[in-house]
Design a protein around this ligand. Structure first.
Ligand code: P6P
Length: 337
């Protein structure tokens, strides 16, 4: 018998253990602890429907207990568990304004930036949601990490990925040696390798964008989307539109099938155009995965992985997916096509 299958710890040690055995052990330990928290979240997410059926509206349940919003709950589970993991020196979370210190005496060599439960507004319609994570090595001196340790380039990530809570619970991660998918086997409570070495097609035929915002896009973005809708079999146009409204779900499809996901700059206020998605714990980790799978991620003018973060919750426009599709989108956005 082949054995139980490959666990995440085994895979990380095999992937990067040859380069740096100590770092591999530390990263495997960090991800292993994070996955314990995601298993707890997965159970609660799967119960969420039940809570709704029982009329528990996320306010106060029949026992008179306050039922936490699931994204707050997910944040507390992950932050609470990782504070004493011994691998992390400081954390950033979509749910917390400031940098999060770890428990004194448990400081580690890495930072952890998370979106604890991205797309949580989709829970009550049973749409896939996910936990997104990004890991950098500590760069500051001293034991406790600080905001400077969190505000690092996407290109310096050592590990990143997401756990998608859907028909099955899946981890997709990279540690710089390709992108690999693991499926949670609930009967043994273990994530086992199910999608080794995921590669994105160089060009796809699906585009993913909230067309309801078309009024607020820059003209160059409008031109690109109109181009995708024109008939030209030689370039697989018109593309199909798929938009779930949950980044993890939309990215997971793009990773497996190709094409591109876009959340462009929003010109609702022409004087203050801005992106929606967050650089540190959404765009950077997804960009690392995209590049490791042979794709690209851009803010429309430059690689996401080359943007120097200036704030924990900084927003950026995002064009991510198949290499050729993102490169052409960039040309349109820059007015070069
Ligand atoms: P819109 C979910 O709220 C989220 O942060 C991402 O998961 C998703 O890609 C995006 O917002 C959807 O935004 O404006 O299309 O609803």
């Amino acid at each position: 018998m082949e054995g139980l299958g490959t666990t995440v710890t085994q895979h990380i040690l095999r992937s990067i253990g040859g380069d740096n055995p100590e770092a591999a052990q530390e990263i495997a330990g960090l991800v292993g602890n994070l996955l314990v928290a995601t298993k707890v979240i997965s159970t609660e997410v799967n119960r969420a429907g039940l809570l709704d059926i029982l009329g528990l509206t996320g306010q106060v349940n029949v026992q008179g207990e306050e039922v936490q919003k699931l994204d707050d709950y997910a944040n507390e589970i992950i932050v609470g568990h990782m504070k004493t993991s011994g691998q992390v020196c400081v954390m950033a979370s979509e749910e917390v304004e400031e940098a999060i210190a770890v428990t004194p005496g448990y400081e580690g060599n890495y930072t952890l930036s998370i979106d604890p439960l991205d797309g949580s507004s989709n829970i009550d319609v049973n749409v896939n949601i996910g936990t997104i994570f990004s890991i950098h090595r500590k760069v500051s001196s001293g034991k406790a990490g600080n905001e400077a340790d969190l505000l690092q380039l996407g290109r310096t990530q050592v590990c990143a990925g997401y756990v998608v809570y859907g028909s099955s619970t899946m981890l997709v991660y990279t540690a710089g040696k390709g992108v690999h998918g693991f499926t949670l086997d609930p009967s043994i409570g273990e994530f086992l390798l199910s999608h080794p070495d995921i590669k994105m097609p160089a060009k796809g035929k699906i585009y993913s964008i909230n067309e309801g915002n078309a009024l607020y896009w820059h003209d160059n973005t409008k031109r690109y989307v109109d181009y995708l809708k024109e008939k030209d079999p030689a370039t697989k146009r018109p593309y199909s539109l798929r938009y779930i409204g949950s980044l993890v779900a939309d990215f997971h499809r793009t990773l497996l099938k190709g094409g591109l996901f876009m959340y462009p700059m929003d010109y609702k206020d022409p004087n203050k155009p801005k992106g929606k998605l967050r650089l540190l714990y959404e765009a950077e980790p997804m960009a690392y995965l995209a590049e490791q799978a042979g794709g690209r991620a851009s803010d429309g003018t430059q690689d996401i992985m080359d943007i120097q973060p200036t704030g924990l919750h900084q927003r950026v426009p995002l064009y991510i997916g198949s290499r050729d599709d993102v490169t052409l989108a960039e040309k349109f956005v820059k007015g070069e096509a």
